[in-house]
Design a protein around this ligand. Structure first.
Ligand SMILES: [Zn+2]
Length: 265
C-alpha cells in the first residue's frame, strides 16, 4: 500500500486477513477487544494516515500532483489567502474534487461499526468528511470541514458541496469573499471542537491513535491528556511515532488493514 496515496489509486479493499501483524500483536489486539465493552467510552484521534488508503494525499510524503511545487504551509494560511485567494481556492477546489471522487476505506467503516456497539467519539484532524460518510455519528472535526465555507465579511457559515466551485466563491447573502471552513496554520482550534475533544478524551477508558504521528499540537496533547486520566492508549500507524513510547499497544501497518482487526475475526 503506497503511503503517499497518489491520485488515481483505487481505495484499498484489503480485509483484516491481509494485515501482517505478529502473534504478540494479535494477542494484544484480542486483549484490546476485550476492553471494548458496550459501555466503554472510547475516543479515537485520526489523521491523514486514515485517508491515504482512500487516495487522498497526506501532503507529507511524495506527491506527483500539479500542486507538488507548493507546501501546505504556503497555501493553508491566512496570509496565503490574503495574498492570493484565487490560488488558495483553486487548491481547495482540487482537493474537494479528489475527495468527492474517492470514498471512505475499511478503516473508516470499521470505526463506524464500532461506534454502533459502544460510546465512541472520533476526533479527526481530517477535513474530508469520510468518517460521517462511512456512518460514524459522533465526530469532532478538530480542523473544520472542507465542505463548509465562511464569509470573510458577514461571517456566515454554510455547507457547500459544489464540485467544482466558482472561483473565488462569493457569499449568497452579502457578496463577500468566502473562505474554506477549515483551520489554517497559525489559527486556533474552534472552541466547540476543542471542548468536545477534551471532554471525550477525559471521559474515555480507551484512546485510539490512528494514522497520525501525534506531532502537531494541540491535537498531540490529547494523547497525554488521555494517559493522565488513565486511558489505555493504542496506536495504529505505518511507523513508530512520537506517540509510540507512551502507548500500551502499537500496531504497525496501513490503517485500512489494521483498524478492522478491532472488529475481531
Ligand atoms: Zn456574507
Amino acid at each position: 500500500m503506497p503511503e503517499d496515496g497518489r491520485l488515481g489509486k483505487p481505495p484499498s479493499i484489503a480485509g483484516p486477513g491481509d494485515a501482517n501483524v505478529d502473534d504478540q500483536t494479535r494477542r494484544q489486539l484480542a486483549d484490546l477487544r476485550d476492553r471494548l465493552g458496550p459501555h466503554t467510552p472510547v475516543a479515537v484521534l485520526t489523521g491523514a494516515g486514515v485517508s491515504s488508503a482512500s487516495g487522498i494525499p497526506t501532503f507529507r510524503g511524495r506527491d506527483d500532483s500539479l500542486w507538488s511545487q507548493y507546501r501546505p504551509e504556503d497555501l493553508a494560511t491566512p496570509e496565503a489567502f490574503a495574498r492570493d485567494p484565487e490560488l488558495v481556492w483553486r487548491w481547495y477546489d482540487w482537493r474537494r474534487g479528489l475527495i468527492a471522487a474517492n470514498r471512505p476505506n475499511p478503516a473508516h467503516a470499521a470505526l463506524a461499526r464500532l461506534g454502533e456497539r459502544m460510546l465512541l467519539t472520533v476526533i479527526t484532524q481530517n477535513v474530508n468528511g469520510y468518517h460521517q460518510q462511512a456512518g460514524s455519528r459522533d465526530v469532532v472535526e478538530y480542523h473544520g470541514s472542507i465542505w463548509t465555507t465562511r464569509c470573510t465579511r458577514c461571517h456566515r457559515r454554510a455547507e457547500d458541496r459544489r464540485v467544482p466551485l466558482p472561483i473565488p466563491p462569493r457569499c449568497p447573502d452579502c457578496g463577500g469573499l468566502l473562505r474554506p471552513g477549515v483551520v489554517w496554520f497559525g489559527e486556533a482550534i474552534p472552541p466547540e471542537a476543542s471542548d468536545a475533544a477534551t471532554a471525550a478524551t477525559i471521559r474515555c477508558r480507551v484512546f485510539l491513535v490512528i494514522g497520525t504521528a501525534g506531532a502537531v499540537y494541540p491535537a498531540a496533547g490529547l494523547v497525554g491528556l488521555a494517559r493522565s486520566h488513565g486511558a489505555y492508549v493504542a496506536e495504529f500507524n505505518l511507523e513508530r511515532s512520537a506517540v509510540t513510547a507512551s502507548a500500551d499497544l502499537f500496531v504497525e501497518g496501513n490503517a485500512a488493514d489494521t483498524v478492522p482487526l478491532l472488529l475481531g475475526a
